[in-house]
Structure formats: C-alpha cells, structure tokens
Write a protein that binds this ligand. Structure first.
Ligand SMILES: [Zn+2]
Length: 300
C-alpha cells in the first residue's frame, strides 16, 4: 500500500481527499495480511462495496473501522484523519476547543476522539530505556494561585519521569507516570514498564528509590536544586507549560493520557515522516474503547 509520509497537510488532503479514500486506507492496513473474520476466524472472504469484507462461511460483513479505535466515529473519517495528523505532526497538538472549531464538531466530541488517539499513543513497553537514565518526581496542575487560603492540592497530580540521555546529555526518550505518592511502591512501575535493568540510572537522594537498587543500577546523587538534573527539568518545564495550555481542567484520572501523548510525540520526533501513518496503524490494531470507559477510565 502507499503509506502517507511527511508533515504537509495539503499533501494529506490531496492523497486522501474524502471519507471514502480514508476508509480504503484503513481497510488496506486492517487486512494487510489478508482477511480474517472477527466472528469465527475464517480466512475466506471477499471485498464488498464500501471497503468492507464479507466472510464466506458466516456471511458477516465487516467494515474497516469495526473493532478498532475508529469504531463509530460519526463525524467522518477525513476529519478524524486530520485530527490525528494535527496531534502527531505538530509540536504541541491542539486543544479540544480548537479542534472542535476547526472541524465543526462539538468540543466534547473532539475531546472523546482525542482521548481515543491518546490510547493509541500509549507505550508498547517493548523498548525500555537502556542507556543513561535520569529519574525524578514533579507536581503538575492545580491552581497556582491559592491566595484565598483554600487548598487546591487535591487537583494537583504527582508524577515520576524517566529521561534517557545520550552520552552528550541530549534527551533521547521520555516516559512519565502519574503516581499517588512518593513511596517505593508507587515509584516502582515506571522502572518495571520503561527502564531496562541494564540502564545506568541516576536519581536524587530520596529514600523511595533505595529498595529499587536491588534490581537496578541506580546511583543517587544530590539534586542541588535541580542543577544535577538539568535535562530532566527542561522536559518537566515543557510538560507543565503544555498542560497549562489545555483549557479545560486536566483531571487527575485523565492526566496519564496527556503524559502518554507528550511522551509519544517526543519519543517519535525523529520519525516525523511516518508518525501519522504509524498512529493510524496503532488505532486500527487497537480494540475499540467506548465513551463510558473513557469517563470511568476503565482502560486508560
Ligand atoms: Zn465469518
């Protein structure tokens, strides 16, 4: 199949000029290795009008969007493609308010769809950070200004961040995880999910990291008000200023999806040519997620 490459929005519209063209694009990805009936697994079928497939053995007709993250997108696939394009190829994505205005859909509709894209942006956890890795914690969100004397702390999110550096201290990759507190138990998952046991890890002197030393190669050093972890603070600053531009309040239960989006864009920034296609591919290969699941955060 002809894969879309690059960051030029005019080329995207030229190559995928309408909903049908986008549907055809999805069907090529979905059945790249041939048709497989989602009901009973039969592999014999034929293409039907509208880029669907019909199974020979059970007559089930399946569309290219069924059982994927494009399931039941009601505002048209071309708009959906353009939103994915904006979220992946730009440096800072767009807010759901801006997306709503630009594509003539409600802010809520835009937000739900964007949450689905963020599901596809979750790390596969297949490529843990393996070189020089700095780990630190930070706090994001909540009202900066609490002069009325009320505590806004419940709206703040605590997070832990792992940054992989090159030997010349250039930032290579980043993972961020929302945590409940700074205990060793809460700090452990980012190590298990995103850091290789062969990595050379640096943290500050916080005792929550000590138990992890049994498993990981961790060196604890004074933070010196962040001066020893300059690179990590650059990234934390970017995350905070980006989250501040999200006009609606980023609730504690959804903040992880924003961290996933941020890390995805940063980690794939050297693959910008393919980032749009790769995200579409991930959305086709992911199970659908429904609005009530997004609200209840059952899967994200
Ligand atoms: Zn079948």
């Amino acid at each position: 199949m002809k894969v879309f490459k690059g960051q030029n929005i005019l080329n995207l519209v030229k190559e995928l000029p309408d909903d049908d063209a986008c549907k055809a694009y999805l069907s090529k990805i979905k059945w790249m290795d041939g048709f497989k009936c989602s009901k009973y697994g039969s592999e014999k079928g034929c293409e039907k009008a509208g880029y669907n497939y019909q199974c020979y053995s059970c007559n089930h007709v399946e569309s290219s969007t069924a059982n994927t993250l494009f399931h039941k997108v009601k505002f048209g696939l071309q708009k959906a493609f353009l939103i994915v394009f904006e979220m992946t190829t730009s440096t800072k994505s767009m807010s759901s308010i801006q997306v709503g205005k630009r594509y003539g859909i409600s802010q809520t509709t835009a937000w739900f769809f964007m949450q689905k894209v963020r599901v596809a942006m979750q790390s596969s956890q297949k490529y843990p950070l393996s070189q020089i890795v700095h780990v630190d914690e930070f706090v994001v969100g909540g009202k900066e200004d609490a002069k009325q004397g009320r505590s806004y702390d419940t709206k703040k999110t605590t997070a832990v961040i792992a940054v992989e550096l090159t030997e010349k201290n250039k930032i290579k990759r980043v993972y961020v995880k929302a945590i409940d507190d700074y205990s060793a138990k809460s700090l452990t998952p980012i190590f298990e999910e995103h850091i290789s046991t062969s990595a050379k890890i640096f943290t500050d002197k916080w005792r929550g990291y000590s138990p992890l030393k049994a498993m990981y190669n961790i060196e604890q050093k004074e933070s010196k008000k962040g001066r020893n972890f300059k690179e990590i603070h650059v990234v934390v600053h970017q995350i905070k200023s980006w989250i501040r531009t999200v006009p609606t309040h980023v609730s504690k239960k959804h903040v992880q999806s924003y961290f996933d989006e941020f890390s995805f864009r940063m980690n794939k920034s050297i693959f910008k040519e393919n980032i749009f296609h790769k995200t579409i591919e991930r959305m086709i290969n992911s199970k659908p997620i429904y609005h009530n699941q997004i609200i209840q955060k059952l899967t994200i």
